[in-house]
Design a binder for this molecule. Structure first.
Ligand code: SF4
Ligand code: SF4
Length: 296
């Protein structure tokens, strides 16, 4: 059980953790860049190791386990159980964020919802994208009905301290932080970091491979550039030199990092200082070929 020293622990509203990098969809403008198809699949032991150095220094109101598509990870059930042991329900909302396509292939979600107070949020990309895929819509709707049933059967009231056990999100407009596509992506170049931050749709704290990052784009940029073969591109070098907060940091370093995290910083120069949003209804999404969830 996690013992948090609330006098010293710094409060965090939400921490995102990738349990997998791959996804079974490729949504244009994905905030976590999963549309670039970079790989990585993590086990409960790895994820416990990542969080261990932080769990007594930060106090998490919510932890979101996502990716990529978390239901592609065969270790997800064990990850959720391990995290619930570390973070009691009274203190932390533990949430899986999924695109819903695989819910009906994961009957163990019932136990996670009913016994471990795990919340499931379904992002309804397939309902809103420019191209409609009836088979995927059907799968997601079946899955949604299933988890709503499981939440409804839960002996405790469904409206728990942290809100309903399951919910869904329809309108997901993504601010695209780069210019171009594929191996031709480029950062924006300007000094108006305040405007970049004002238009940002993905400024959530990330824990990735033991370290804390300001936001998803800066956390996963290296993986993406490696995947598309442009990690030596000069335009991206300043951002590849970003130094995340490592577990050996001092309490003062942590306080400073957490104080700056919600604010505009130099990293925001890579993002557009204006709205560069792809609306849900204009977004193209594609099914990934099978076998994308590899461990590399
Ligand atoms: S479903 Fe779409 S938005 Fe969500 S992680 Fe996959 S590619 Fe990104
Ligand atoms: S660098 Fe700044 S503007 Fe860009 S995604 Fe991160 S927090 Fe948002």
């Amino acid at each position: 059980m996690n013992i948090v020293d609330h006098k010293k622990a710094i409060a965090v509203d939400n921490l995102d953790i990738h349990v997998i990098n791959s996804c079974n969809l490729r949504c244009q403008g994905c905030n976590h860049l999963a549309n670039f198809g970079y790989e990585g699949l993590f086990t409960e032991n790895e994820l416990v190791e990542w969080i261990n150095p932080w769990k007594n220094r930060l106090s998490f109101k919510r932890i979101s386990l996502l990716g990529g598509e978390p239901l592609l990870n065969p270790h997800l059930k064990n990850i959720c159980v391990a995290y619930r042991r570390l973070f009691p329900s009274e203190e932390t909302k533990l949430r899986i964020t999924t695109n819903g396509i695989l819910i009906n292939k994961c009957p163990w979600l019932k136990e996670l919802i009913q016994e471990y107070n795990i919340h499931v949020q379904v992002s309804l990309h397939v309902l809103n994208g420019r191209t409609q895929y009836p088979k995927l819509i059907d799968q997601v709707m079946q899955g949604l009905r299933l988890i709503e049933k499981w939440a409804g059967e839960t002996p405790r009231p469904v409206e728990y301290k942290w809100g309903p056990y399951v919910d869904s999100k329809q309108k997901l407009n993504f601010q695209v932080f780069y210019q171009g596509a594929g191996c031709d992506i480029k950062p924006f170049k300007h000094d108006n970091i305040v405007e970049s931050k004002r238009h940002c749709t993905c400024d959530t704290l990330q824990l990735y491979k033991h370290n804390l990052y300001k936001c998803a784009p800066i956390a996963y940029l290296r993986e993406v550039l490696k995947k598309v073969g442009v990690k030596n591109n000069a335009d991206w070098q300043p951002y590849l030199n970003y130094i995340p907060l490592t577990p050996d940091c001092s309490y003062d370093d942590l306080k400073r990092f957490m104080g700056t995290q919600p604010k505009p910083e130099w990293t925001c120069r890579m993002c557009p200082p204006y709205s560069n949003v792809i609306l849900s209804k204009d977004r193209e999404l594609f099914e990934q070929p099978p076998g994308v969830a590899s461990r590399k």
